[in-house]
Design a protein around this ligand. Sequence first.
Ligand code: C2E
Ligand code: MG
Ligand code: MG
Ligand code: MG
Length: 287
Amino acid sequence: AAKSAGRGRFAVFDDALEAAAQRRLRLPGELRRAVENGELRAHYQPRVSALDGRVTSAEALVRWQHPERGLLMPDGFIELAEESDLIDAIGCFMLDDACSRMKAWQRRHPGLLRVSVNVSARQLLSGALPTQVRDTLARHGLDPAALELEVTESLLIDSGGDAREQLEELRRIGVSIALDDFGTGYSSMAMLRNLPIDVMKIDRAFVKDLHRESSALPITRAIATLAQAMGLHLVAEGVENETQASQLRGLGCHEFQGYLYSRPLAPAEFSRFCAAATASELAFSHG
Ligand code: C2E
Ligand code: MG
Ligand code: MG
Ligand code: MG
């Protein structure tokens, strides 16, 4: 009996593997259709001021509303998209959604200063991004200062001079540049020195281990010192509890992003979150 039960388990396991393999094979075609059929969604995660908890900005994060499998997270498809021109369509959709939402939110939520959009290596190195950004901002009548683009540290290391040139052109438009997942990409101090960036985002991995007897705290402190020396705005991602928030505040972090404040939200929810946050601030200051 044990033997047949064992075999049964393997059969189930095989089926699951088989199904996963099948899904992977179908993914590129499905993703292409998803883009065409409007199944992509942008969700927005609040970033709050370390000083007073106000919502100061939002990061746009892509989701795929799959007709059968529900809401899919980018980890399952963004890498695949980056291997082809699919990432251009996704990037284009995200930039457009972020600029159009931001234009509407600015009126409703005056404290909201910026929206940030993730940009992949392929998009940045294609050379088409500055024109695309300029056109999208113009189409929505959005001030360039209200847009931030996030590039990862590893992207800049791998692509060197070409990436820098693109970033400089983007900055001339007036958008700001954030270095995402900082601390995971082994940049050299020499490279960092002349990088055209405005914001540094400490990777979640360091924030997660701050409370432990680990190197996370001294490394985070070093990153904070570096950001300060370079005159950069410092954002911590993955802030999940008050202990982390107060440690990071002590280190001079300017903005927090993480589940302690909110998960990424659908646009309507994000707007409600901002309204509720403002209402409670008002109640606090008048009460
Ligand atoms: P990222 O740009 O570093 O985004 C932050 C990720 O951390 C998001 O995951 C967010 O949901 C998650 N996060 C935020 N706060 C917390 C927290 O307190 N705890 C934990 N455990 N996680 C937190 P998400 O949305 O799954 O995105 C994953 C990655 O996919 C992003 O990392 C980014 O590299 C990529 N990505 C997302 N949207 C886009 C896009 O539109 N274009 C490109 N090129 N990449 C994207
Ligand atoms: Mg990001
Ligand atoms: Mg990040
Ligand atoms: Mg990341």
